[in-house]
Write a protein that binds this ligand. Structure first.
Ligand SMILES: [Zn+2]
Length: 83
C-alpha cells in the first residue's frame, strides 16, 4: 500500500517537473536524465546551453514557444516536431 503511494507520488512529481520544462526546440516534455545537462529525449537538445535561466525559467526569446508547448502538453498532446 505504501509502495503504491510512493510510486504515485513519484509519477506526479515527474509529470509536474516535465510540465515546467519542456524542450524549447521541439516541445518534448521528457529528458534523458534528471541533471541540468540532460538532453531532450526526442531531438537531443541540451537546455544547459540555451533556453532556460538558472531558475528554470525560459529566456525571454523562448517565452512564446514555452507557453505554446505548455498549452499542448497540458492538453495531453505532444507538440509536433520534425527535423
Ligand atoms: Zn526536443
Amino acid at each position: 500500500m505504501m509502495l503504491t503511494y510512493f510510486i504515485l507520488l513519484f509519477l506526479t512529481y515527474s509529470i509536474l517537473s516535465s510540465l515546467q520544462m519542456p524542450c524549447l526546440r521541439c516541445g518534448c516534455a521528457w529528458w534523458l536524465g534528471e541533471d541540468w545537462n540532460a538532453r531532450c529525449a526526442r531531438c537531443g537538445w541540451d537546455c544547459e546551453a540555451d533556453g532556460y535561466d538558472d531558475d528554470c525559467q525560459p529566456l525571454p526569446k523562448f517565452r512564446a514557444k514555452y507557453d505554446a508547448f505548455c498549452a499542448h502538453i497540458k492538453a495531453g498532446r505532444a507538440p509536433r516536431w520534425s527535423k
